[in-house]
Design a protein around this ligand. Structure first.
Ligand code: IMP
Ligand code: MG
Length: 177
């Protein structure tokens, strides 16, 4: 599996530092608010798990599965495959995803949750891809920036593989081109 990577971009230690920093920020911003932290499956999985361990205040968790991605090209529209269990009306919500690329996914989910009456909706991603966004969206909590390359590991997949790598790397181009 490791041999499929052109290079490692973000080490396990760097990821853990991001989770600690973002967790502490969220903790201080949401003291006494009991927000719902909404993970976007499946990419959020390792990040969500490490992030929430660093938020030392009352939170609730919930999950949505809304993929917009087929292979390596963003299609720009989402399908809800699994919806939330919780009613977000009147609630403070933080959406957690692995990466923002075009912004389509987060833009649409923010819109959906606001229309459902959420009191506030903020966004948190581990990675922000260094591209000109197709959707104008402010991300409230960003772990780190990655270049415009296809990355895998720590939740990020290529056709469902590589999510279990403990770090983030660039996939060799010959594997998807
Ligand atoms: P967006 O909707 O274009 O912002 O894309 C966001 C979603 O696309 C993320 O939740 C990921 O699942 C997926 N994605 C975007 N870039 C990559 C990548 O480099 N590797 C793996 N998945 C990616
Ligand atoms: Mg995703």
């Amino acid at each position: 599996m490791q041999n499929d990577l052109a290079k490692v971009l973000i080490s396990e230690d760097e990821i853990i530092d991001c989770c600690k920093r973002l967790g502490k920020q969220i903790e201080s911003d949401y003291k006494d608010k009991n927000p719902i932290v909404v993970g976007l499956l499946k990419g959020c999985e390792p990040f969500m798990s490490d992030l929430i361990k660093n938020i030392n205040t009352y939170i609730r968790t919930d999950y949505m599965d809304c993929s917009s991605y087929n292979g390596t090209v963003s299609t720009g529209s989402i399908i809800i495959k699994k919806d939330l269990d919780e009613d977000v009306s009147g609630q403070d919500v933080i959406i957690v995803d692995d990466i923002i690329d075009s912004g389509a996914t987060l833009y649409e989910i923010v819109d959906i949750l606001k229309k459902r009456g959420a009191k506030s909706v903020k966004t948190c991603v581990l990675l922000s891809k260094d591209v000109k966004r197709k959707f104008d969206l402010h991300v409230d909590y960003v772990g780190t920036t990655v270049p415009n390359e296809f990355v895998v590991g720590y939740g990020l997949d290529f056709n469902e593989a590589y999510r279990n790598l403990p770090y983030i790397g660039v996939l060799k181009e010959e594997l998807y081109k």
